[in-house]
Design a protein. Structure first.
Length: 435
């Protein structure tokens, strides 16, 4: 009984996460009726009737959205008009890193091939471990003895096999990992251009790449020479993909986060240190600001590493729509970029950044932090600090284009700002209800 209960909980969590992801990417939502899946849009209009076993992914190519569906144990591809691009005849399909091209597998052949957005086989299923794009012009194939590079006309170009070869859509070089767990670089012709002398390595961004030697990280040039000596505990490269690309904008800044003696600083893409390692945590920049913490106090810095909001708060989250949620004296409120209190500090529990004019409010009578508690009651507030949707739900996801996702008991539903609801998952065969 406990195992069944746990399985139901895990299925619900996966359904909730998948539906939220679909919302952010394509404004379409999976719903379930009597064990079958369908799709609706943000206006709660049914696009695909609940006739399918599952939907795995959504891929937008220009103005058309495709989804991988499962029916009678097999996988196919259809568009949101309900037109089957390929029938359910494959044992597995997944999207590649090039939009509109899919990898497919048939159990009888135990190998993978490629399909285009018209359902045509670009390569026959000849590759045992998998196939994917490593760049727009090159493919990575996985065989029983390792990984190789291959051209689009199926010509193998690497002399050796590797444990892994990492994709790179930004430059013409690729990190490889050997079976001895060392790292080096290949060019687009499959030739080794930097020997496998590193303990860890990352793809080039512009002129430089992150590499590890003797247990420490530094920065190398395209000759494999360290131009920033390996003295750091860790280095990561951030170009605001999390936020700015999600909204369809080109990243405005690219920064390295550097860690030394358990403290974090930032460096620009030309390796100029903007902020010496001095904070316990630095968040990802959004709207030109990132929250930082040290000794359990929070504030904000700008792209130049300058402190714009002093570290006087007990917790903080990202700026969005001109405001950032922060905690003062155990209560959440919102400040602007000039550190002016715009929404009073009156909320306990957890407040999230604003999206589409609303912010998730996780109400609880204790512990004002960013954590989630099973005691939370979730709803939304508006930019005036007023309750827009009462906190009565078990969980909620942010609003995008006029709708959000909420969970209550064993039901999951789409809700708009007028609280019109479409049940996405429920035991009963309900569709739309008005509060």
């Amino acid at each position: 009984m406990k195992q069944n209960r746990m399985r139901i909980i895990l299925q619900f969590i996966l359904f909730f996460s998948c539906t939220a992801f679909c919302q952010e990417k394509n404004n379409v939502y999976i719903f379930e009726r009597n064990g079958k899946m369908g799709i609706i849009d943000k206006n709660m209009k049914i696009l695909i009737q609940a006739e399918y076993d599952d939907f795995n992914e959504f891929v937008q190519v220009e103005d058309e959205i495709f989804t991988i569906y499962k029916k009678k144990g097999k996988y196919g591809i259809l568009n949101l008009n309900g037109t089957e691009i390929t029938s359910a005849k494959y044992d597995w399909i997944y999207s590649t890193k090039v939009k509109g091209i899919f990898a497919c597998k048939k159990i009888a052949e135990t190998t993978f091939g490629l399909l285009n957005q018209n359902g045509e086989e670009m390569t026959k299923p000849n590759y045992r471990g998998g196939i994917d794009f490593i760049s727009p012009e090159l493919l990575r194939i996985i065989e029983t003895d390792g990984t190789r590079l291959m051209t689009l006309n199926e010509k193998i170009i690497t002399k050796n096999t590797y444990k892994r070869i990492f994709d790179n859509f930004e430059s013409d070089s690729f990190v490889f990992n050997t079976k001895d767990n060392t790292y080096g670089y290949l060019d687009k012709n499959g030739n080794v251009i930097i020997d496998d002398i590193f303990e860890d390595a990352y793809n080039f961004h512009g002129k430089y790449a992150i590499a590890k030697k003797n247990g420490k990280y530094g920065i190398i040039n395209k000759k494999g020479e360290f131009v920033l000596q390996p003295i750091y505990q860790n280095i990561t490269f951030e170009n605001n993909i999390k936020y700015e690309l999600l909204e369809g904008n080109k990243p405005s800044h690219s920064l390295y986060y550097i860690m030394l003696d358990d403290l974090i600083g930032i460096m620009d893409e030309n390796l100029n240190i903007l902020l010496e390692p001095s904070f316990n945590y630095i968040g990802i920049f959004n709207e030109g600001m990132a929250y930082v913490s040290k000794d359990d106090l929070y504030g904000f810095i700008d792209y130049k590493g300058k402190i714009k909001v002093p570290l006087v708060y007990e917790n903080a989250d990202d700026f969005s729509e001109g405001l950032a949620p922060v905690v003062k004296n155990g209560k959440w409120g919102y400040i602007d970029s000039e550190n002016r209190a715009i929404i009073d500090f009156k909320f306990t529990g957890c407040l999230k950044p604003f999206y589409d004019g609303l912010a998730v409010y996780r109400k609880r009578g204790f512990d004002s932090n960013k954590g989630h508690s099973s005691f939370d009651k979730c709803g939304f507030i508006d930019t005036n600090g007023q309750i827009a949707i009462e906190p009565i739900y078990q969980d909620t996801k942010k609003f995008i284009n006029g709708v959000g996702i909420a969970k209550s008991n064993d039901s999951l539903f789409l809700v708009n700002k007028k609280e019109l609801k479409f049940f996405l998952r429920v035991e009963k065969n309900e569709s739309i209800i008005q509060r």
